[in-house]
Design a protein around this ligand. Structure first.
Ligand code: S3P
Length: 169
């Protein structure tokens, strides 16, 4: 029952932002938008290809433009990419234009959910666990800073998590 124009999900890769977001959007009659999918549609290139051609910095620039466009709208549930909180403008936009939910997940849960994934450029390495740990070290405080609400998704299915969240929004 919060009056924010949009609902915004933040959190690390493998926290369930997309699967939980889809369910929540349906429940609340919001339009579901996955920011990465939006970037892929608008650029006509996959996230992997964008990283290959213009590097992470080029991807972040496109991510900033996409979030600025998306958050200008209303009635949406926006699932952001795990690194979107790195940018101060993104964090400000999220807070100004949305109610922000941080979906937290422990390392084990992330690794399990991402086991077969090949779409995330930052995880194309053997030492995935260390990569995720290093990212969490930098990003966890930013997720907390931007969030209106924090929910731990460990041990929950997407359906359970969205039901639990449904009563807190
Ligand atoms: C990234 C997370 C990905 C995607 C890109 C970079 C990150 O999104 O934006 O691969 O920096 O954590 P998800 O969090 O939806 O996997």
């Amino acid at each position: 029952m919060n009056p924010a124009p949009n609902l915004v999900l933040v959190g690390p890769m493998g926290a369930g932002k997309t699967s939980i977001g889809r369910r929540l959007a349906e429940r609340f009659g919001l339009q579901f938008v996955d920011a990465d999918h939006y970037i892929e549609q608008r650029t006509g290139a996959s996230i992997n290809t964008i990283f290959e051609h213009v590097g992470e910095a080029g991807f972040r620039e496109r991510e900033r433009c996409a979030l600025s466009e998306l958050l200008a709208g209303e009635g949406q549930l926006v699932a952001t990419g795990g690194g979107a909180v790195l940018d101060a403008d993104n964090r400000r936009h999220m807070r100004e234009r949305g109610f922000v939910v941080y979906l937290a997940a422990g390392l084990d849960a992330q690794l399990k959910r991402l086991q077969r994934d090949r779409t995330r450029p930052l995880l194309q390495r053997a030492d995935r666990e260390q990569v995720l740990r290093d990212l969490a070290h930098v990003r966890e405080p930013l997720y907390r800073e931007v969030a209106d609400l924090v929910m731990d998704t460990d041990g929950l299915t997407a359906a359970e998590a969205s039901t639990r969240l449904c009563l807190q929004l």
